[in-house]
Write a protein of this length. Structure first.
Length: 108
């Protein structure tokens, strides 16, 4: 997994969404139409872990949090295959809700 701009597609039992994230030197920054994302990530071999906080930056009546809570503190783990990453995790604010995310590099 190289530093760069990634498309992220995510899913929980409460909904789906998509956005972009910039991965650079262990820091993660990004967002979508409703939320911003900030956090850190680490890679060892093909194993990737991340700690991400999401929170609402805009009220969009047709969009809701995929966790049902704002902010959300998400712990993730998964695998990288080149510039493609699959991760799963949970948010402290939403016990019992499983989160799945797929990242695909789109630019340097």
């Amino acid at each position: 997994m190289r530093d760069g701009l990634y498309r992220v597609q995510f899913h929980t039992q409460l909904g789906t969404g998509a956005g972009v994230v910039l991965l650079e030197a262990g820091k993660l920054r990004g967002g979508d139409s409703r939320n911003f994302y900030v956090g850190t990530y680490a890679q060892s071999g093909n194993r990737v872990t991340a700690q991400v906080t999401t929170d609402k930056h805009s009220d969009v009546p047709s969009l809701a949090s995929v966790f049902g809570a704002d902010p959300a503190h998400i712990s993730l783990a998964g695998t990288a295959n080149g510039d493609f990453v699959e991760m799963t995790g949970t948010a402290a604010e939403a016990p019992g809700i499983s989160f799945r995310a797929t990242l695909t590099k789109i630019a340097d």
